[in-house]
Write a protein that binds this ligand. Structure first.
Ligand code: PFF
Length: 460
């Protein structure tokens, strides 16, 4: 048998893992979740979920992947045959497919904006006009589908060429540039009139709001989504890792970078929201309606900013989408015993076609735009779009349950000493704490949130 592909360097892995984590989840999803869930309360709930659930589960996924040396399902079996962990792997492959199908659509919107800035179309939109510009685009039956196809073609191309040549190089080159751009935009945002209001929205303590279970459900879902957890992406990536690298510091690095990007995305977007008197709870369109308004105030400079901004967000989305596709491809290659190239083409095409349903669910096809049957997934409204169904269903249920299975597997199912040895944490206090987090704290937190959320939802 041919040896398993590997990352060329330790940093290659860290960049790829950070690249998977940092994406639309930070720059598009985090700010709109924060806006919809009251600012500060969500931020605190989110930090708590990241620290108590996200970080331990991330380390657990790294450990399973590196030890298992296989795809999201088979890694569990390699560690312990007949393991229940593979249920988590199945949930992962399912979530990965569903998430990538709509992720490609949102990324398509990003590339459409990039294109519009390059051609000057976005630069010509009058002040206050971006709600219309965006609304018209997403409601069209053609544009969003075409941009989704273009984006997915790039994703499929990178995965097609395999780990070293494709994924690693793409990540290493673009992540640092995105960080610089976000800092510049956040610093700029902080000089705007709405900065004070934005800061108080994000940072004024209001602990009462933490009693709202919807806030916790949204926060745990965001924590899983943003760290690429609960669907085997981090298991798959860690399986390409050489033995000697240190997992705990890699997990810490991913969490720090990911949180940095999210908080700075908030600092970049909310000053604009408040300066222009927009609605913080505007939902998934927030990024596409707020930032361009600010850019349009700066004339040609704004257009140039727009080009770089949407280019880098598109690249961040690309590195995450690559990891999403890699989960299914890695599994299917082993399961059906076919090579990387044909597997990538087939799996990528199926997911892309399924994504068309999300692409046309924003106004083009009313049956997909106003779905009443599943409206219970969104307590704030009595209809829901197909894209939102996939987003809410995966973030709040399948990812959380996939993470739960991994936590239970490493905490209870696997031999404790071996798990600790794989992370290099044997005989350390941190190791003991980690195991107990996986045994009790993370499962209890996930179950509490998922179950109350569910009861709440069906009670609507
Ligand atoms: N973490 C990515 C983001 O924040 O955009 C999204 C994602 C990638 C989720 C890969 C899940 C995953 F497996």
């Amino acid at each position: 048998m041919q040896g398993r592909e590997q990352f060329a360097t330790r940093f290659g892995f860290i960049f790829a893992a950070v690249g998977s984590a940092v994406g639309l989840g930070n720059i598009w999803r985090f700010p709109y979740m924060l806006g919809e869930n009251g600012g500060f309360a969500f931020l605190i709930a989110y930090f708590i979920c990241i620290a108590l659930i996200g970080l331990p589960v991330l380390l657990a996924e790294f450990t399973v992947g590196r030890r298992g040396q296989s795809d999201a399902i088979h890694s569990f079996e390699n560690i312990k045959s007949k393991s229940f962990g593979k249920i988590g792997g199945f949930l992962g492959v399912l979530s990965g497919t569903l998430i990538l199908s709509f992720y490609g659509v949102i990324a398509g919107w990003v590339f459409y904006y990039l294109f519009s800035y390059i051609t000057g179309a976005a630069g010509n939109v009058e002040s206050g006009g971006f709600e219309g510009f965006f609304g018209e685009f997403i409601a069209s039956p053609v544009g969003p589908v075409v941009w989704h196809f273009l984006f997915m073609a790039v994703v499929i191309g990178v995965v097609f060429f395999g780990i070293k040549k494709g994924i690693e190089i793409a990540n290493r080159t673009f992540m640092p540039m995105l960080a610089v751009l976000i800092i510049v935009l956040a610093v700029f945002g902080l000089t705007m009139d709405g900065a004070g209001e934005a800061l108080s929205f994000m940072f004024t303590p209001d602990f009462n709001a933490l009693g709202d279970i919807n806030v916790w459900g949204a926060a745990v879902g965001q924590a899983f989504f943003t760290l690429s957890l609960g669907m085997g992406a981090m298991i798959t990536y860690a399986s390409y890792l050489p033995k000697e690298s240190r997992l705990p510091s890699a997990a810490g690095t991913v969490v720090v970078f990911d949180t940095f990007f999210a908080v700075f995305a908030g600092l970049m977007i909310f000053p604009i929201v408040f300066t222009f008197g927009m609605e913080p709870g505007a939902g998934p369109g927030l990024l596409f309606m707020t930032l361009p308004e600010a850019f349009s105030q700066w004339g040609l400079g704004g257009t140039i900013f727009g080009i770089f901004f949407f280019l880098f967000v598109g690249i961040a989305a690309l590195s995450s989408a690559i990891s999403l596709l890699e989960v299914g491809v890695s599994w299917a290659m082993r399961r059906f015993n076919v090579g990387r190239k044909p597997t990538t083409l087939v799996a990528g095409s199926i997911i892309t076609l399924f994504g068309v349903l999300s692409a046309i669910s924003q106004g083009a096809v009313p049956a997909l735009t106003q779905m009443k049957l599943f409206a219970f997934l969104d307590p704030s409204s009595d209809t829901i779009t197909f894209l939102d169904i996939l987003d809410k269903f995966t973030a709040q249920y399948t990812l959380a349950l996939g993470g739960l299975v991994t936590a239970l597997f490493v905490g209870w199912g696997w031999n404790r000493i071996e798990a600790l040895r794989e992370t290099g944490l044997q005989d350390t206090a941190i190791g003991a704490v980690w195991i107990w987090f996986l045994r009790i704290v993370a499962p209890a937190g996930i179950l509490y949130i998922v179950i109350t959320n569910f009861i709440n939802m069906i009670g609507q």
